[in-house]
Design a protein around this ligand. Structure first.
Ligand SMILES: Cc1ncc(COP(=O)(O)O)c(C=O)c1O
Length: 258
């Protein structure tokens, strides 16, 4: 059991590691002042937006990312991920119990107009065992030829179960993929990102969706750090310039003394 100080140190270590991860993502994608310039407003070829999405993809070690202010909430992001991948006749399986409350109407667990259920998409669920373990036996039984997407909620939402660690999510994904390799494993990562040094996308998740409010904070941090780097760069260039001038003057004086 860690004491308060050890816990604090651990959290600081994780925060610092993730800060470096974000900085590396910006360096790898060559973020510069041009990405903060205005665009035409048409929404095409928006270099700043495209690069921001590339930074996210790098940070989360993903193939690509969709980071848009038009996605107004976690529920919205999750809905897009679900409706974009599911077709009539497909089934969603949640192997970690009931999903977050707002998804009940999206999926149709609670009847609602425009739910996935109305479009012929079915839902099944396997609860966690009383001790919190995954019910591997019943998960195996629940996966069938129609199972297209597995919904794994990382944090507890309004449930009383503990948040799932990324390591446990990885074990669950490996088990599921060993039964059906082509099934889409989607993680509801709302409030999960950056609380650990690894993310579900590092342990086999095909899709990760999360709340945009947290995303906006990250965008603010990225922009803040960017402005700092640009200012620091200008400062260093200034110093370098002054050093060059000083060196040139010293050479001149030396030559005059000869
Ligand atoms: C696990 C989980 N999923 C989904 C959501 C929905 O996110 P939002 O409230 O941004 O729609 C939340 C919000 O707290 C959540 O905790």
């Amino acid at each position: 059991m860690m004491d308060k100080k050890e816990k604090e140190n651990k959290l600081m270590e994780i925060a610092e590691y993730n800060q470096l991860k974000v900085l590396k993502g910006m360096q790898d994608n060559k973020v510069s002042d041009i990405h903060f310039a205005a665009t035409t407003g048409y929404g095409y070829n928006d270099l700043g937006r495209d690069t921001l999405e590339d930074v996210y993809a790098s940070v989360f070690h993903a193939e690509s990312a969709l980071v848009r202010p038009q996605l107004i909430s976690g529920t919205h992001a999750l809905t897009i991920a679900l409706s974009g991948n599911l077709r009539p006749g497909d089934e969603i399986l949640s192997p970690v119990g009931k999903p977050y409350d707002t998804l009940e109407e999206v999926i149709g667990i609670r009847d609602s107009v425009g739910s996935l259920k109305e479009f012929g998409i079915t839902y099944s669920q396997v609860d966690l065992l009383p001790n919190g373990d995954f019910d591997f036996e019943n998960i195996k039984k629940a996966i069938n030829e129609r199972t297209k997407l597995i919904e794994i909620q990382r944090s507890k939402g309004y449930a009383t179960r503990p948040t799932l660690s990324v390591k446990r999510i990885g074990e669950l994904i490996s088990f599921i993929k060993s039964i059906k390799p082509d099934v889409i494993c989607m993680v509801d990562n709302c409030y999960g990102e950056f609380v650990d040094t690894i993310e579900p996308s590092d342990v086999g998740a095909d899709i990760m969706a999360r709340s945009s409010d947290v995303g906006r904070e990250v965008v603010d941090i990225i922009q803040g750090v960017m402005m700092f780097l640009i200012a620091a760069d200008a400062l260093l260039r200034g110093w370098r310039q002054r050093l060059i001038v000083k060196a040139a003057k010293a050479e001149e004086m030396e030559a005059a003394q000869k």
